[in-house]
Design a binder for this molecule. Structure first.
Ligand SMILES: Cc1ncc(COP(=O)(O)O)c(C=O)c1O
Length: 306
């Protein structure tokens, strides 16, 4: 049966990164950058809007409003196009202009919010808070539906499906799971599904070195290259019980891996994807896992967004 665009969300391939990591152990990564909005956030965008339409918080033709680092906005733009809603997004001016271009091309109105303490390409928690405040104001002024991705739990539930896909595609439970954390939806939803299948699966959020609140450290370096994650805050729905250990990455190792994934695997993906792969290798070499095991992760977005 022919598919509509909403059917292109989810069901991503699981790709083995055997050139980047020759063993012992294997890294298997969900190719989330292949989704129509170009990132992992398409799943949360569809889930939150479908739930809001189902219980009538989102009426037909009503505007949708959200704060985004660009990826949620692109996912929402895809879903809003398909469902017929106008979309207004606010984004920190520090996020990459390629993201604004894509969202505008998909019909969204993009409002850029000046940075508070970050720099271009390095967006901090304070920058995001300013963009969120602007979005809340716009939602009030337009009578629109405020998506509020940090507080909407449908994103987490949607990623339980991502976890189920990993289990199906890997052929059973995996030894480890690593993912960078923005709202935490990806990390938490997948961790729930993987731990349900095997409670011994080691689950580790990935944080930029120097901005590691999940690992319990004070923020000493709020600026980093992991746009969309590492905001120096513990997300509202964080479940500490799903975190076995924290893993940190430096901007330098992420930049090196970003290039290596492109030239050695043919995977032109973004910086959080590279961070996840760095962390997966660290976990495989940590001595905490048996030698010949699988660590799963996500390739969050395409490199074309930077
Ligand atoms: C590039 C990138 N990677 C990872 C994430 C993290 O996703 P989540 O909000 O599910 O934690 C985001 C979120 O916007 C993102 O933009």
């Amino acid at each position: 049966m022919p598919a509509g665009v909403l059917d292109l969300i989810g069901g991503t391939p699981l790709v083995a990164l055997d050139r980047i990591h020759e063993g012992p152990g294997r890294i298997l990564a969900k190719a989330e950058f292949l989704q129509p909005g170009g990132s992992v956030k398409d799943r949360a965008a569809r889930a939150i809007l479908e739930a809001a339409r189902a219980d009538e918080r989102l009426a037909p033709d009503m505007p949708v409003v959200e704060m985004t680092s660009g990826n949620m906005g692109a996912g929402l733009a895809v879903v809003c196009a398909a469902l017929g809603h106008p979309l207004i997004v606010t984004m920190s001016a520090g996020n990459s202009p390629a993201r604004a271009k894509m969202m505008e091309a998909l019909g969204a109105r993009v409002v850029l919010v000046p940075q508070v303490d970050g720099a271009p390409g390095q967006v901090t928690g304070a920058d995001v808070a300013a963009a969120a405040e602007a979005a809340r104001r716009l939602a009030r002024d337009t009578g629109g539906f405020y998506v509020d991705q940090f507080n909407a739990t449908e994103g987490i539930t949607a990623h339980e499906r991502t976890g189920a896909e990993i289990l199906e595609q890997a052929g059973g439970p995996v030894a480890g799971w690593v993912a960078a954390v923005g709202t935490g939806s990806t990390f938490l939803g997948v961790a729930r599904a993987l731990k349900r299948a095997d409670p011994t699966t080691l689950c580790a959020p990935v944080e930029p070195r120097g901005s590691e609140p999940l690992a319990g450290h004070a923020i000493v370096k709020p600026r980093h290259v992991l746009q969309g994650t590492g905001y120096g805050l513990v997300p509202p729905h964080w479940q500490p019980g799903l975190m076995d250990l924290g893993l940190a990455v430096t901007d330098e190792e992420v930049a090196e891996m970003h290039r290596a994934l492109a030239v050695r695997e043919g995977l032109y993906v973004g910086y959080t994807a590279a961070a996840n792969v760095c962390a997966a290798i660290t976990l495989l070499r940590s001595g905490r896992l048996a030698e010949d095991v699988i660590v799963a992760t996500v390739l969050c977005d395409t490199g074309l967004k930077y």
